[in-house]
Design a protein around this ligand. Structure first.
Ligand code: FE2
Ligand code: FE2
Length: 276
């Protein structure tokens, strides 16, 4: 397993210390479910800069619904993510497993909250968005697709692949413009960021906004677009990642036992209803 960056590296990390067999996760080549490749075929052919800009404009208005974090969580209880090669598990279980692992390692409450809610943007499926526009790894658009993106060969079907500007390394961006100025393929990360950004510290915003952006936070691609300050924030995205990835287990958390704790946590940061 590659090194895990850990902002509280002086503290004991019971969860991270117990991680074993990490290589068995995110294995797209061995036994990935057939729907995983089909999802990426559609995703890579369809996520153009124009598509991303139109979705950001549409959902950025936050006029689709008013609902609480818990109402969103209830919806997700029945959703299984087609892009995840690792496990068929209800999303509420994944939310609690991620947050409980973060809590076990003694991280601050905003970090636990980020873990609990990080996938709530998948309520996009509620608004009839197809899974290829909701889940899966994300990546910059408006500039050349990196060959470090999963299934990168499938981008040949994307109109931007041969666009005179969007196919260049910098594309529409200035070098080192900063990740927050780069348009990222549309999905649950960006959507939940838009919904929750006013209520969370910047580190949590970045965990939510970029947790699926593996080409940047894991593969080290697109460094020519990153600004000086991005490195520090990406450390937090990387610190979050093992909890998202390695807490997945078929042992179901006890929702009734844990719910009071997470009700308090949600109420500490969010109003009763949020605009979605
Ligand atoms: Fe996610
Ligand atoms: Fe997740």
């Amino acid at each position: 397993m590659s090194e895990i960056l850990h902002p509280q590296s002086n503290s004991p990390s019971p969860f991270l210390d117990q991680i074993e067999n990490a290589e068995k996760y995110r294995n797209y080549e061995a036994e990935a479910r057939p729907c995983v490749q089909e999802l990426y075929r559609l995703n890579h052919a369809s996520q153009t800069l124009d598509f991303v800009l139109s979705k950001k404009a549409e959902y950025g208005r936050l006029d689709k619904a008013e609902m609480s974090i818990w109402e969103a969580m209830d919806y997700l209880t029945n959703l299984v993510d087609d892009s995840d090669p690792d496990i068929d598990l209800p999303q509420i279980d994944h939310a609690l497993q991620t947050a409980e692992a973060i809590r076990m390692d003694g991280h601050p409450r905003w970090f636990q909250l980020a873990g609990f809610i990080h996938d709530l943007g998948k309520v996009l499926c509620m608004f009839d968005e197809p899974q290829w526009a909701v889940v899966g790894d994300t990546y910059p658009v408006g500039c050349a697709f990196s060959d470090r993106i999963v299934y990168h060969e499938l981008f040949q079907a994307n109109p931007d692949y041969s666009h005179p500007v969007y196919s260049t390394p910098n594309g529409i961006y200035d070098a080192h413009c900063g990740l927050d100025n780069v348009h990222i393929s549309w999905g649950h990360d960006e959507y939940l960021y838009l919904v929750t950004r006013d209520y969370l510290p910047r580190e949590a915003q970045w965990m939510i906004r970029y947790h699926s952006c593996y080409p940047v936070h894991r593969e080290g691609a697109y460094t020519h677009l990153l600004s000086d300050g991005d490195a520090e924030l990406l450390k937090w995205v990387r610190a979050f990642n093992p909890y998202d990835l390695y807490s997945k287990s078929e042992v179901r958390p006890d929702i009734n036992e844990l719910k009071p704790y997470y009700e308090d946590l949600v109420a500490e940061f969010f109003p009763e209803k949020l605009k979605w």
